[in-house]
Design a protein around this ligand. Structure first.
Ligand SMILES: Nc1nc2c(c(=O)[nH]1)N[C@H]1C(S)=C(S)[C@@H](COP(=O)(O)OP(=O)(O)OC[C@H]3O[C@@H](n4cnc5c(N)ncnc54)[C@H](O)[C@@H]3O)O[C@H]1N2
Ligand code: MOO
Ligand SMILES: [Mg+2]
Length: 412
């Protein structure tokens, strides 16, 4: 069975996974503790914004009729200043003919005024112990004023379930008084790295052994995706022990991710584990490189991912299969990595029977978007992960792609 696997297309494999996704439960959090979380509710504008007519500048609230012709032929118009309106106060005096009120940015417009002249277009005057303003510029009605509902109308849809609370969302939620919000619970993940060659990262190197970097690669990716690692262990290449450890936690977590042991080696125990899975195996080979041995299934309602042990393949497997599942569990509308097209910088002539997802970086030059591989791209290479912001898709076939070719790219 290990040697006779049918490769599934990336898209079909993603579909199979997503059809088994269940939305996470939600929890109610104080807004300040919800940054970076995904909303489990739709958000509407609780009131008009602005909810009162306000000045957009520091200046003088006036009647536009009064300042008609002002400034033309060096002709200032003199208006009596009857009050000062700071932000947060309600003006008490209406503006009558020949009058003005000093007003600050964001303060409510007084009754009777229909325009605000910027401070820079005026001069203070004092005549007979009274304060006047000389307006040096004519001005249309409705200038420098924000009207009710101009930015947002009450009950307007703002954003929905699955939206991540970034700075822009946090600011809107705060403006509408959402002290608490319903967000999806963090996804509880167990990570098991397999391989008798693995050392804890605090251990000195030993001949033939390596440190367990995939645990940290995956923990970081899980956290970035809205999950928390609630169990982890470094398993030796013994299937019975792996089975026991996995089934000990399977009911307590939402997802299980393993790394290593899914290829055709004598000690690739995870391949056997998935073949004998008590549940449904979705796929154990994908028509892609790296990560062709990426495996997934479901058991006792928990999704299990068997990612490759090679760090590059582990990373790509996570981005293409685990991440969309985590996004979908958090209600994200479009959970798949976004694609775009760009010009390839340099040749990539290594052909393959499967589509290659080459770690790359994107940049703009002369108004065009380019992508280039970020270094060695073998599955075993971890150095290029940190520099990649995209995966350049090299379609199957012998010739690869040439410098200047227009290629499809997956955004990371
Ligand atoms: N005869 C074949 N050999 C291989 C094939 C194949 O099709 N036929 N596929 C190759 C491909 S592609 C990949 S990718 C790897 C997949 O290997 P496994 O998923 O079985 O992973 P391991 O054998 O456990 O380890 C592979 C490699 O990765 C290192 N590793 C493992 N775990 C970690 C970790 N936690 N942190 C850092 N590095 C880790 C491990 O030491 C090995 O060097 O198989 C190819 N072989
Ligand atoms: O899983 Mo391997 O990385 O296909 O190259
Ligand atoms: Mg192996």
């Amino acid at each position: 069975m290990k040697w006779n696997r049918q490769a599934m297309d990336v898209g079909e494999a993603q579909q199979r996974l997503l059809s088994h996704v269940r939305l996470q439960s939600s929890e109610c959090l104080e807004l300040r503790h919800a940054f970076g979380r995904r909303l489990a509710e739709d958000i509407i504008a609780a009131h008009d914004v602005p909810h009162f007519v306000k000045s957009g500048v520091d200046g003088f609230a006036v009647k536009s009729d009064d300042v008609r012709g002002a400034g033309i032929d060096n002709n200032p118009v003199l208006l009596e200043v009857i009050q000062t309106i700071p932000c947060g106060t309600i003006p008490t005096l209406p503006i009558g003919q020949g009058q003005a009120s000093r007003i600050m940015t964001g303060a409510p417009l007084p009754v009777g005024a229909d325009t605000v002249v910027m401070f820079e277009m005026t001069e203070d005057r004092e005549i007979g112990g009274k304060r006047f303003v000389a307006v040096m510029k004519e001005q249309e009605p409705r200038r420098n004023i924000s009207f009710i509902g101009e930015e947002m109308k009450e009950n307007e849809y703002l954003f929905g379930t699955g939206q991540r609370i970034n700075a822009g969302e946090a600011s809107l939620l705060a403006a509408f008084g959402y002290e608490k919000v319903n967000v999806f619970e963090k996804i509880k993940v167990a990570i098991f790295t397999t391989g008798s060659e693995l050392l804890d990262i605090g251990s000195p190197l030993q001949p033939g052994k390596i440190r367990n970097s995939n645990l940290y690669l995956l923990t970081c990716l899980v956290q970035e995706a809205g999950g928390e690692v609630v169990h982890f262990a470094m398993l030796p290449d013994q299937i019975e022990q792996a089975k026991k450890t996995i089934y000990d936690v399977i009911d307590a977590v939402d997802l299980i991710i393993t790394s290593g042991g899914v290829s055709v080696g004598d000690y690739d125990i995870m391949a056997d584990f998935f073949n004998e899975l008590e549940g449904t195996l979705f796929f154990n080979k994908i028509a892609m490189r790296p990560g062709s041995v990426t495996t997934a299934g479901v058991s006792r309602n928990t999704l299990l991912f068997g990612l490759s042990g090679n760090p590059g393949a582990c990373f790509v497997g996570f981005k293409l299969f685990v991440l969309p599942v985590m996004y979908a569990m958090h209600g994200k509308k479009d959970p798949y990595p976004h694609k775009f097209r760009a010009y390839l910088k340099g040749d990539f002539t290594k052909g393959n029977v499967f589509t290659r997802y080459v770690r790359g970086r994107s940049f703009i030059q002369d108004g065009r978007v380019f992508v280039e591989p970020v270094g060695k791209d073998q599955s075993s290479v971890s150095l290029s992960i940190k520099d990649s912001d995209c995966l350049i898709m090299i379609p199957p076939g012998g010739r690869g792609k040439q410098d200047g070719d227009f290629v499809e790219v997956m955004k990371l």
